[in-house]
Design a protein around this ligand. Structure first.
Ligand code: TRP
Ligand code: SF4
Length: 326
């Protein structure tokens, strides 16, 4: 059975875009592959080293969301990076063979460094972010890595590092492939891509009131100034969310009503709110139950990390043998 691995950096809460783009896909994959899903808390430390408490909070929130969205610890291995110290061990070894030039060329490195100006990111750890990610993947000899297009440069460097390792020490680490999922566009409330850095996201941890408020005040097609002005749904982020969360007859109703000014934006948003709440309702319920039981959550993380650790130790055994250690 092919092995799948993916992770999320513990630097914030998950939003609807993450749910549709990543988590729901992970849930589907857990039935047909051997899946490893983890919280990358050390990765969060590369840029958030000033506030480890926030990383801890985010780690808990992510674990809760993994389970609430439908990941099943009976079907997949759910773990926390820092609870499997082999990630650090392999990272160290891979760091020895990774040329600096490869890291300096990674586009996410340059972009993030320019984007984040309130912290000093001229650190060893931040430059090494992709080496740590490579270690995450290669440690499980994963075949497929479900990620968004933004992570492709990290996958590419992982493959290059694997190739270099195998060239020096023998064929040990398989080159992983990205599993690019075509997921629908999920705009935020301002029409741009939903992202925590734009402040336009609807979070899984929002309250029903917050969700309603966010959708009610969402941007619409600016052509619809008056109730009688027709609009173009394609230009409206509300419609794009309907495409993700509403049934097809409701989508048809939106298109017709919007083009003909037969419905108002308030009517249109009411239906969207109903459908988003229907998706989030069961997630909120599970979240509540999980948060009331921190001991259970801890048990899941400990048990998952123990299972992950067993595979990690197996790979480290092979790595050490390749390096002629005893
Ligand atoms: N870089 C990923 C992100 O930004 C998180 C991550 C860390 C990851 N290690 C990984 C993703 C390994 C896939 C595989 O969220
Ligand atoms: Fe957007 Fe709906 Fe208003 Fe059309 S009716 S502009 S799709 S909110």
């Amino acid at each position: 059975m092919k092995r799948i691995l993916s992770g999320v950096q513990a630097s914030g809460r998950l939003h609807l875009g993450n749910l549709v783009g990543a988590l729901q896909n992970w849930v589907r994959l857990q039935d047909s592959y051997s899946c490893y899903y983890f919280v990358a808390d050390w990765h969060a430390l590369t840029s958030g080293y000033e506030n480890p408490r926030a990383i801890n909070q985010s780690t808990i929130d992510l674990l809760v969301n993994f389970l609430a969205a439908g990941l099943d610890p009976e079907k997949c291995t759910i773990f926390v990076q820092s609870m499997v110290p082999e990630h650090a061990e392999l990272h160290l070894i891979l760091s020895m063979i990774t040329p600096l030039g490869w890291l300096e060329r990674v586009p996410t490195y340059k972009e993030k460094k320019e984007e984040i100006t309130d912290r000093d990111l001229s650190t060893y750890g931040f430059l090494g972010y992709p080496v740590l990610q490579s270690a995450d993947i290669l440690l499980y000899r994963a075949n497929l890595v479900p990620v968004g297009a933004d992570q492709l440069p990290h996958l590419e460097i992982t493959r290059e590092i694997a190739r270099r390792f195998n060239h020096f020490y023998g064929e040990v680490l398989p080159e992983p492939e990205a599993l690019l999922t075509q997921y629908p566009k999920v705009p935020g409330v301002d029409g741009r891509k939903m992202s925590k850095s734009y402040g336009n996201a609807v979070y899984l941890s929002d309250s029903p009131q917050e969700v309603q408020q966010k959708i009610r005040t969402m941007m619409t097609d600016p052509a619809r100034k008056l109730r009688t002005d027709p609009g173009n749904p394609e230009l409206c982020p509300v419609y794009h969310l309907h495409k993700v969360f509403s049934a097809s007859d409701e989508q048809d109703w939106v298109v017709k009503g919007c083009l003909s000014a037969g419905i108002g934006c308030i009517d249109c948003k009411k239906v969207l709110i109903k459908n988003v709440l229907a998706v989030l309702g069961p997630i909120w319920e599970k979240r509540r139950a999980l948060m009331e039981n921190p001991a259970y959550l801890r048990e899941i993380a400990v048990e998952g990390s123990r299972k992950a650790g067993a595979s990690a130790k197996e790979t480290m055994g092979m790595v050490k043998e390749a390096l002629s250690w005893f």
